[in-house]
Design a protein around this ligand. Structure first.
Ligand code: SAH
Length: 261
């Protein structure tokens, strides 16, 4: 029987040690909306133990062998579905080909939390919602609106598909080992009438190029896209990326692709 897990820094292991916070996170969830729940990085099960009532639809994805062994002995009777894998390499499409209502939950490792977010957002057709612990500064970038200095790729890519909010802030004291940063729990809810009527790959390129040089006007940052002169006359190209709303990024992409808007 494995009694404990040595925290591994390189895996971003900061275990939640205040059970009230774990409870508070799980209590925010309306489980009726979801057919499948994936917890990323369950560690020693701080959140998992509050998810046992939905164990039939729960899957845990944990990269750390030692944690997986711990969980297997801790939850021996519950027979949880634990996959030892790197979530970033996990093929969601082929594992859940027709699932539309997955909830992703986790106290995410800080070093890869943005990548976890991007991966979830890329799978927006199957991921209906996400509740996750992020470094506070990252959380603020996720929910930021245009004309704010935190507004950037994380905000735009997420808010294209999801309504976002910070549920509450979390102090470093509730973790062991204690992280150097403040944290916040963020919730993502997939938008109801999701219609993005432009090419998503092109949209991705436009967002990336725009924010690579966030001080520059769009007409300069988007030069690589070989936009026709007459299209460049549109006043939108005089703006800087942080001025554009989510909808305007879609509009911009259509203009760049020479579609009538
Ligand atoms: N949920 C637990 C642990 C959080 S620490 C708690 O709240 O106490 C972050 C967890 O993510 C660790 O268990 C770590 O091993 C795991 N992890 C790190 N990188 C991962 C990856 N790429 N895929 C899956 N799990 C990962």
């Amino acid at each position: 029987m494995l009694r404990d897990v040595n925290p591994k820094k390189f895996l971003g292991q900061h275990f939640l040690i205040d059970d009230n916070i774990s409870k508070k996170i799980v209590e925010t969830i309306n489980f009726k909306k979801f057919k499948k729940v994936i917890e990323i990085g369950p560690g020693k099960g701080a959140l998992t133990k509050h998810l046992l009532h939905i164990k039939d639809i729960l899957t845990l994805i944990e990269i750390d062998k030692e944690s997986v062994e711990f969980l297997n002995s801790e939850f021996q009777e519950e027979k949880l579905n634990i996959i030892e894998a790197d979530f970033l390499k996990f093929d969601m499409g082929s594992t859940y080909p027709s699932e539309k209502d997955i909830l992703i939950i986790g106290n995410f490792p800080y070093n890869i939390s943005s990548q976890i977010l991007f991966k979830s957002v890329e799978n927006y057709e199957s991921v209906g919602g996400l509740i996750g612990m992020f470094q506070k500064e990252v959380a603020e970038r996720i929910i930021s609106k245009n004309n704010c200095k935190q507004y950037g790729i994380l905000s735009v890519k997420t808010q294209l598909f999801y309504d976002t909010k910070i549920l509450f802030n979390v102090s470093p004291n509730v973790f062991f080992p204690k992280p150097n940063v403040e944290s916040a729990v963020v919730s993502l809810t997939r938008k109801r009438n999701l219609t993005i009527d432009c090419d998503l790959n092109q949209l991705d390129r436009v967002i990336k190029l725009s924010f690579q040089q966030r001080r520059k006007k769009l007409k300069n940052s988007l030069k690589k896209l070989d936009i026709q002169e007459n299209i460049l006359e549109d006043s939108i190209f005089e703006l800087r990326p942080e001025q554009l709303t989510i909808e305007e990024f879609v509009k911009l992409t259509k203009k760049v692709s020479n579609e009538t808007v």
